[in-house]
Design a protein around this ligand. Structure first.
Ligand SMILES: Cc1cc2nc3c(=O)[nH]c(=O)nc-3n(C[C@H](O)[C@H](O)[C@H](O)COP(=O)(O)OP(=O)(O)OC[C@H]3O[C@@H](n4cnc5c(N)ncnc54)[C@H](O)[C@@H]3O)c2cc1C
Length: 610
């Protein structure tokens, strides 16, 4: 999708840069020489989803000093990040993406696929697709049980909620969400779709016609079951993206004298600055350099910064284990092969990578209300862009979907014959269905004519586990990202069942005469599970929800990277707060869980240091 959208939007986006005026926010520091000191209470590596949440919360106390080091650029120069609908054009292979590619994936016919992660202030929350939920209460309860910390239970995490605002067009949203499930005092504005799409009524009719896909009044998860199909809640307010940068780092926060945000700098290594009173190695200093241009591996001038209280790693599920390993914290045999001295031997660092897959199933439809012509027609794009610029309404104010949902496999499903149910509990989905009113098949050129429906499916509880390892001891070298997609029998069966579920969804009477046929010739002739499997291996991609590479475990566990209070095991002075600490992938999109994690982390850190 990204390629064709970038093409069709290129003219409009150029226009946007000139016309959209961003709200005034303080200029971020880009040169280390501008710093007054190299000592701060907290040094946060990564100004992404979790990192900026923490920076904002920790500097609420005016006497607490914080520096954030962000490898990417400032989001303030990229107003197109704010337009929800064009999110898929922001990556891959752009200035705001790390441009990481996976290793050849055996489960995907040995394809190497883009592994997108934000390289910009706000991190992945600045470029993601804005789906927003908190996953199931079971997911949080499992985290609590694995970590041995009751405070990760959903009932105790629910207080860290978002701020539900009106839909972009202020339409009547009664029947589209449950207001009692949402806080109005949180930091991240979220909202319902601002404009109807022609397929919305068919989707809703399907929930009446097929018992398998009941209507879900609220898809936010947490207090409300995720199961069923309903309206998408987006991390957008008034038609504009809510990222961790636009929300937690708003103009009043960025102007705090006790907060410094340094962009375009890459942390390259933590180093031991002493020992704690109980004999653990203390890591409170780190090295960083100006971020080099892509592909430049020559080490730049090294700067040093020291935390008087803690270093907090929020560099994401790839960046955090990479930095740990560069610092000698990881599997000692692997580190030795790269001439890195081991300080802490912990083979769990970088292991256990878990990610969701996205399977885009495209169907030709008999109808003209799709958004395909918007994608093809420059005049319509220009007027839609203009509508967004002037009113923050219209198709560009919405995410790529209005409706979606989650479902479980029946308890007696043959899929459980060989693998016990990997879900966190009975209210946790096994797969997700997303309805998009246009052609959405990453990597495939959009047909020049025709109208399409894309039914994306996402298996929610994958059991395949991959890894992040170092390619070399050069901090600018991309790490080796190997998610091992679809390498378990359960994951392959779940993927096949999700596609069959998508086919059942569109076989409801509501779609009769509308869906004309499969776009994919492979799916068209896939008359057996084995053939559907082949189709999936050729088409599936990442949903960019990687977790698990610095997994949380109880303090007496023999595996894992952080304790339940997010302190790095075997080390003094370091915590990890980002998606890498989830030992299991939450069953929904991951930014909501990351925000909650970071909110609680801020409370833990404040309590520990007061
Ligand atoms: C394309 C895309 C679409 C997605 N869509 C959705 C969605 O619709 N809904 C949803 O819920 N989730 C979505 N996600 C996932 C979600 O956005 C992430 O799980 C979440 O934002 C991760 O937060 P994080 O804090 O762990 O990492 P990030 O937000 O990625 O932050 C990590 C930050 O650390 C910086 N960094 C890394 N290494 C270093 C270093 N050495 N020095 C300095 N800085 C460093 C990075 O540049 C980045 O800014 C999507 C992700 C992507 C990439």
């Amino acid at each position: 999708m990204a390629d064709f959208l970038r093409t069709w939007l290129s003219i409009g986006l150029v226009g946007l840069v000139f016309y959209v005026v961003l709200p005034a926010r303080a200029v971020l520091i880009t040169l280390p020489l501008q710093l007054n000191t190299t000592f701060y209470d907290y040094v946060i590596v990564g100004g992404g989803t979790a990192g900026l949440t923490l920076a904002s919360r920790l500097t609420e106390n005016a006497s607490t000093t914080v520096i954030v080091l962000e490898a990417g650029i400032s989001d303030q120069h990229f107003p197109n990040l704010q337009i929800p609908f064009i999110a898929p054009t922001l990556s891959p292979k752009t200035q705001v993406d790390w441009n990481t590619t996976t290793t050849a994936q055996p489960g995907l016919n040995n394809r190497e696929i883009p592994y997108i992660r934000g390289h910009v202030l706000g991190g992945s929350s600045s470029i993601n697709y804005l789906f927003h939920q908190y996953c199931s209460s079971d997911d949080w309860d499992r985290l609590s049980s694995i970590s041995g910390d009751i405070n990760w239970e959903w009932t105790r995490m629910a207080k860290y909620h978002e701020n539900l605002v009106a839909s972009a067009d202020f339409h009547n949203t009664i029947g589209q969400f449950d207001g009692s499930d949402h806080s109005k005092t949180g930091q991240v504005p979220i909202s319902l779709p601002g404009s109807n799409q022609s397929i919305d009524t068919r989707v809703l009719a399907t929930t009446q016609q097929l018992a398998e896909f009941p209507f879900n009044l609220d898809t936010g998860g947490g207090d409300h079951s995720l199961l069923g199909v309903g309206f998408l809640i987006s991390s957008a307010g008034n038609g504009t993206r809510s990222s961790s940068s636009t929300t937690y780092l708003n103009s009043s926060v960025i102007n705090r004298p006790n907060l410094v945000v340094l962009v375009n700098v890459t942390a390259t290594m933590l180093f031991q600055s002493g020992n704690s009173t109980n004999g653990l190695p203390s890591f409170r200093s780190l090295h960083y350099t100006a971020t080099p241009p892509p592909g430049n591996l020559t080490l730049g001038t090294i700067q040093r910064v020291t935390a008087t209280k803690e270093i907090i790693l929020s560099a994401g599920a790839i960046g955090t284990p990479q930095l740990l390993m560069l610092s000698g914290i990881g599997d000692s045999a692997a580190l030795a092969r790269l001439q890195i001295n081991t300080t802490i031997n912990n083979p769990s660092v970088g292991a256990n990578l878990s990610d969701h897959m996205l399977i885009p199933n495209v169907f030709a439809v008999n109808g003209t209300g799709t958004l395909d012509d918007l994608l093809r027609n420059a005049t319509t794009q220009a007027s839609t862009l203009n509508q967004w610029k002037t009113t923050k309404k219209g198709s560009f104010a919405n995410s790529v979907s209005n409706t979606y949902g989650f479902t479980r496999f029946p308890a007696n499903s043959s899929i459980f014959n060989t693998t016990p149910d990997p879900s966190a509990g009975p209210n946790t989905p096994h797969w997700e269905i997303i309805l998009s009113n246009f052609f959405f098949q990453p990597g495939t050129a959009m047909p020049s004519t025709g109208n399409f429906l894309t039914v994306v499916t996402v298996p929610s509880t994958p059991t395949s586990r991959g890894s992040v390892t170092l390619r070399s001891n050069n901090p600018y070298d991309q790490p080796i990202v190997d998610p091992q997609y679809l390498t378990t029998a359960f994951d392959m069966s779940a993927a096949v069942e999700s596609v069959k579920g998508a086919l059942r969804f569109i076989s409801a009477p509501a779609w009769s005469g509308y869906v004309v046929g499969n776009f994919s010739n492979v799916l068209k002739t896939a008359t057996s599970d084995a053939l559907i499997e082949q189709y999936i291996r050729g088409i599936a991609g990442s949903a960019f929800h990687g977790v698990g590479t610095a997994a949380m475990s109880s303090s007496n566990a023999t595996t894992g990277v952080v304790n339940s209070d997010l302190t790095l095991k075997g080390v003094d002075g370091v915590r990890i707060v980002d998606s890498s600490v989830f030992p299991f992938i939450p069953s929904c999109h991951t930014q909501g869980p990351v925000y909650l994690l970071a909110e609680r982390a801020a409370d833990i850190i404040k309590a520990a240091n007061n």
